[in-house]
Design a protein around this ligand. Structure first.
Ligand code: F6P
Length: 348
């Protein structure tokens, strides 16, 4: 019986368990054995860490947030204590465990590793995961709809308190490289301004816009993506607001809302408050839309293994799930498109 390994890598995301369940159920129809690799790529490094995934093991997980497999940002290309990468280790373990194909469910980082390993001959199918929706080649990633729903509900609640106190309310949402969550929840929640990583923030323009809004109305809602940058002076690169770097050298984002609030209060004397939605956007149960998309991706991933569509990612294209080469996806980011122009129509 052929054996498939399945892993979840990077930040968690609502719908991961739905994909895992669907891979197992479809693989079972083909007669494949499925091995659940623990904590992303780490589970294939030394010592390997995995469990058998049966139909019984994946029962009752469809609606659960998080991932039963655990996740990490560790990659075999990260140097070990001896200063060397651990790709050999990983290839050896894939061989020893008799894993014939891998399904890697992850975002930018995980799919990048999947591409590099597929170039080294590993049979891999990728599944695009991230609440940030910034993976190219697919119309949508699962998890995004859930994050937007949570952020929209938060904006609805913040509206009434902003209005009651005549305040400017800043809502800081996730979005490291792209402002998809900010743009969608900004449109859905009726925001007066949406600030995204794609367009550096000009404080003068922002304050002029808010002053206009507060001349006509006594409150405002500003949505900002955590990865948006502030343009301090035209000649320098716009600055990212971060709290240092994480274990993998990535800036730990968060805090741009507070920086904006201080500046708005100083310049406009409008009372300003900030709500950072943070990990609430990523936790808990997926929406029905995300459960369906994740399930379709999982079924397609097992189909792609069966059809030898390796080095490919499952992608939503219009109404269909299609294979897209990982080479199209690796190292690239999908930034916001014309949808931002729709949000702009409602700016103050
Ligand atoms: O999943 C993507 C993301 O939500 C980014 O928007 C955010 O910057 C990042 O994850 C933070 O994740 P962690 O703190 O788990 O590394």
């Amino acid at each position: 019986m052929a054996k498939i390994g399945v892993l979840t890598g990077g930040g968690d995301c609502p719908g991961l368990n739905a994909v895992v369940r669907a891979v197992v159920r479809r693989a079972d129809e083909y007669g494949y054995e499925v091995m659940g690799v623990r904590e992303g790529w780490r589970g294939l490094l030394d010592p390997p860490n995995h469990d058998r995934l049966t139909r019984e093991r994946v029962r009752g997980i469809l609606h659960l947030g998080g991932t039963i497999l655990g996740t990490s940002r560790d990659t075999p290309f990260q140097k070990g204590p001896d200063g060397k990468d651990r790709v050999e280790q990983l290839l050896r373990n894939i061989d020893r465990l008799h894993v014939e194909a891998l399904v890697a469910i992850g975002g930018e980082g995980t799919l990048n590793v999947a591409y590099k390993l597929s170039e080294l001959g590993v049979k891999i199918v990728g599944v695009p995961k991230t609440i940030d929706n910034d993976i190219p080649g697919t119309d949508l990633t699962f998890g995004f709809d859930t994050a937007v729903s949570i952020a929209t509900e938060a904006i609805d609640r913040l509206h009434s308190t902003a209005e009651a106190h005549s305040r400017a309310m800043i809502v800081e949402v996730m979005g490291r490289h792209a402002g998809w969550i900010a743009t969608y929840c900004g449109i859905a929640g009726g925001a007066d301004l949406v600030l995204v990583p794609e367009y550096p923030i000009d404080m003068d323009a922002l304050c002029a816009s808010l002053a206009r809004r507060h001349a006509k109305s006594h409150f405002s809602i500003v949505v900002v993506a955590e990865g948006a940058r502030i343009q301090v002076d035209g000649s320098r690169e716009a600055e990212l607001v971060s709290r240092g770097v994480d274990d993998f050298g990535r800036p730990q984002l968060g805090g741009i809302g507070e920086v904006l609030a201080r500046e708005i209060e100083r310049r406009l004397r409008i009372q300003t408050r900030v709500s950072v939605l943070g990990y609430v956007q990523r936790g808990g149960t997926p929406t029905a839309f995300d459960r369906v998309l994740a399930t379709r991706f999982g079924v397609a991933a097992a189909d792609f293994v069966h059809l030898d569509h390796f080095g490919k990612m499952c992608a939503l294209r219009g109404r269909n799930i299609e294979p897209v080469p990982l080479s199209v996806v690796a190292g690239k980011i999908k930034t916001v498109d014309e949808i931002y122009d729709v949000a702009r129509v409602f700016f103050a």
